[in-house]
Design a protein around this ligand. Structure first.
Ligand SMILES: [Zn+2]
Length: 245
């Protein structure tokens, strides 16, 4: 079985039927992360079309400012969603510092409500790795998937020590930094992902259908020097240990 631990099926738009067919044919257990409420509800509809698709509720840092003052309304969605994501902070792609306080407020609110309910949480850390580590450390919480880590190695080591899990994404085999991060991630904390059709486009110009998870696995297998069958089993074990599905 393949497990895509972080993607965005709503990004497929008109190509969604092809994407879902592929998920069913290849039996890819797919965690489709919400960017905001609309995105979550769309993903939830898709999850009804396939037993392999699980939709998770989250407010992405890029959308956080839209939810100021509406935080309490989010609680029922946090409650019903088996896993939580994508939430986090982004001080790299978002340069407008005026939004940072809103990002922090929404991130901390969803994080805290999710921790109370012992949820597994998928976190975006771009440019905010240290700050996120400091927050997680305060809660001493490690039911966490750090999505596509690209920060410094000291913070990576700290997140590993805390007990977090990590997804490696579609730039594996293309990015020296991702290779170095992958080498450092303990094998029993490793997951893989595709991050929707546009992530691969950003890496090499190709549209990233769900089958790209197989290429990610191939590259990880090469870099970690673990045969692909064995790697599949390890990743399955990691995922089910963390999520208790
Ligand atoms: Zn994402």
């Amino acid at each position: 079985m393949y497990i895509d631990a972080h993607t965005h099926l709503d990004f497929f738009k008109d190509n969604i039927d092809n994407a879902i067919d592929e998920i069913n044919n290849l039996k890819i257990l797919t965690i489709t992360n919400g960017m905001d409420l609309d995105s979550y509800l769309k993903n939830k509809e898709y999850s009804k079309k396939s037993k392999y698709i699980k939709a998770t509720f989250g407010i992405h840092p890029w959308k956080a400012y839209e939810y100021q003052g509406k935080l309490k309304d989010l609680i029922p969605y946090i409650e019903e969603s088996e896993l939580i994501g994508e939430i986090g902070l982004d001080f790299f792609w978002i340069e407008d510092k005026k939004t940072y306080e809103a990002q922090r407020r929404i991130f901390k609110f969803i994080l805290e409500e999710s921790i109370k309910r012992n949820k597994v949480i998928s976190i975006h850390t771009k440019g905010a790795e240290k700050e996120i580590y400091n927050i997680l450390k305060k809660y001493n919480y490690s039911n966490i998937i750090i999505h596509w880590y690209s920060g410094d190695f000291e913070t990576l080591d700290n997140l590993i020590k805390l007990g977090c899990y990590f997804t490696v994404s579609v730039d594996v085999g293309y990015s020296k930094l991702t290779e170095e991060v992958l080498i450092k991630i303990p094998i029993n904390r490793l997951l893989v992902e595709t991050d929707g059709p546009t992530a691969l486009e950003w890496v090499n110009g190709e549209y990233g259908y769900p089958r790209v998870i197989m290429d990610v696995m191939k590259s990880v297998s090469k870099i970690k020097k673990i045969p692909i069958k064995e790697l599949s089993k390890i990743i399955e074990k990691n995922f089910f240990r963390l999520t208790r599905f």
